[in-house]
Ligand binder design. Structure first.
Ligand code: HEM
Length: 421
């Protein structure tokens, strides 16, 4: 669906109708927060007739949905057939095996096997390596006095880190990124785009073949990384099947690539729009960790997620029927004044910042510790190495993705320097 068609659909719904469908309008996508504010105050738990889902926007209600509702929301092949969507059945078959779309006990089993492979100690070891990669990427642009934050830093950093974390060759990273972008387009959007289905299916086939091949090769020559750890992880004699290793390597790859780029891009943009806060950070770099949390709250890279009601539930005075779809809008909850004083103010030293940008409860982001380290290293290096940072003139273009919020490009200039890091 093209952007102009999206805009026309959104307008045809009517400007006053309170629906998340308005995100299809590029102006709303550029600044969704007034729409979220209206939803939170006028209809915090709302049946969205255009999307056929409940939309939940207040912090307490989003917390409740993430805590107690079902994540097992992938359509069965029969259901897809009844919706006329059988063509995307291979995609659904992959998603069913991913931890993101499972409830206990299947989720608990998968998550505990996967977390054996991804300990916080391992992430801590990665920190100095991540610092090296960030510095290498900045070395190649520092003399130019200008760069695109997305293509020069935001995309390559997580692509290199994710390839290494998986234990696949970092030279494959552009291919991984292209697959991941396709998958993310489907994950983040709620409109089905029949024109994109053939490409999506090819991507699923190619990614699956790539990880099957990786598994086969690593049986002979193990590589340090998540794929091999998933192949060998064992809890009480229980192991993952090859299909499970493939599906969860893919969900981790997409999780690692798409959102971290957006944390970097959205974070730099927010600092540039709030120069006093950027100056505070330059004056006191010990604020970098709290600044990264504030970036996650203020411009959440992952704006919403889906669940199903596990039974008839009353939420915010509304009766949600068993099996009905619910969209929990973390980005709206993260601006809820009931939870965050002065929520539309970006404050790099905000304390008590228990945002929901990484989700909550059982599905709390598996890679949060890694994403935090990447964000902290990037912003520490940016304030140290890029003086007089400014936006280049020109329009900002947001990715055509309603759930994974990020820019297509972010050209900036700064005072060029020849100093080493
Ligand atoms: C700024 C960066 C990131 C953000 C904002 C983010 C956000 C999220 C959110 C909101 C969820 C929960 C979704 C839900 O409940 O439906 C999630 C889950 C997940 N994330 Fe992240 N993520 C980030 C980075 C990463 C990284 C670096 C990895 C890989 C190492 C990763 C892998 C995953 C996985 C595998 C899950 C599924 C966990 C489960 O279902 O138990 N994410 N992430």
């Amino acid at each position: 669906m093209s952007t102009s068609t999206n805009g026309a659909i959104s307008r045809s719904i009517g400007a006053s109708a309170l629906s998340l469908y308005h995100l299809l309008d590029p102006d709303v996508l550029a600044n969704p927060y007034p729409l979220f504010r209206r939803l939170r105050t006028e209809a915090p738990v709302q049946w969205d007739a255009f999307l056929h889902t409940w939309v939940v926007t207040r912090y307490v209600d989003v917390l409740e949905v993430l805590h107690t509702f079902s994540a097992d929301r992938t359509h069965t092949p029969e259901k897809l057939r009844s919706l006329g969507l059988s063509e995307i059945s291979p995609l659904a078959q992959l998603m069913v095996k991913q931890m993101l779309f499972m409830d206990p006990p299947a989720h608990t089993r998968l998550r505990s096997l996967a977390s054996q492979a991804f300990s916080p100690a391992r992430v801590a070891v990665l920190r100095s390596h991540i610092r090296e990669i960030v510095n290498r990427l900045l070395d190649s642009v520092q003399n130019n006095g200008q760069m695109d934050i997305i293509s020069d830093l935001g995309e390559p950093l997580p692509a290199i880190v994710t390839a290494e974390m998986l234990g696949v060759p970092p030279s494959d990273r552009q291919q991984l990124k292209a697959w991941s972008a396709d998958f993310a387009e489907m994950l983040g959007n709620f409109q089905h785009n029949p024109e994109h289905a053939p490409r999506m299916l090819r991507t699923v086939q190619d990614m699956t073949a790539y990880f099957r091949d990786t598994i086969r090769r690593q049986k002979d020559i193990p590589q340090d990384g998540l794929v091999h750890s998933l192949m060998t992880a064992e809890v009480n004699g229980d192991r993952l099947s090859e299909e499970e290793v493939v599906a969860n390597s893919i969900v981790t790859m997409v999780g690692g690539l798409e959102t971290t780029t957006n944390l970097i891009g959205n974070g730099v943009l927010t600092l540039l729009r709030n120069p006093q806060e950027l100056q505070r950070l330059r004056d006191d770099p010990s604020l970098v960790p709290s600044a990264v949390e504030e970036m996650l709250r203020y411009e959440s890279p992952s704006q919403h997620t889906g669940r199903l009601a596990p039974e008839d539930v009353e939420l915010g005075g509304k009766l949600i029927r068993k099996g009905q779809a619910v969209m929990a809008v973390m980005a709206a909850a993260n601006r809820d004044p009931e939870r965050f004083p002065d929520p539309d103010r970006f404050d790099v030293s905000r304390t008590e910042n228990r945002h929901l940008a990484f989700g909550y409860a059982a599905h709390f982001c598996f890679g949060a510790a890694l994403a935090r380290v990447e964000g902290q290293e990037v912003f520490e290096a940016i304030i140290r190495r890029l003086p007089d940072l400014q936006l280049q003139p020109g329009p900002l273009v947001w990715r055509n993705n309603l759930g994974l919020r990020g820019l297509t490009a972010l050209p900036v200039k700064f005072r060029a320097s020849h100093s080493a890091n």
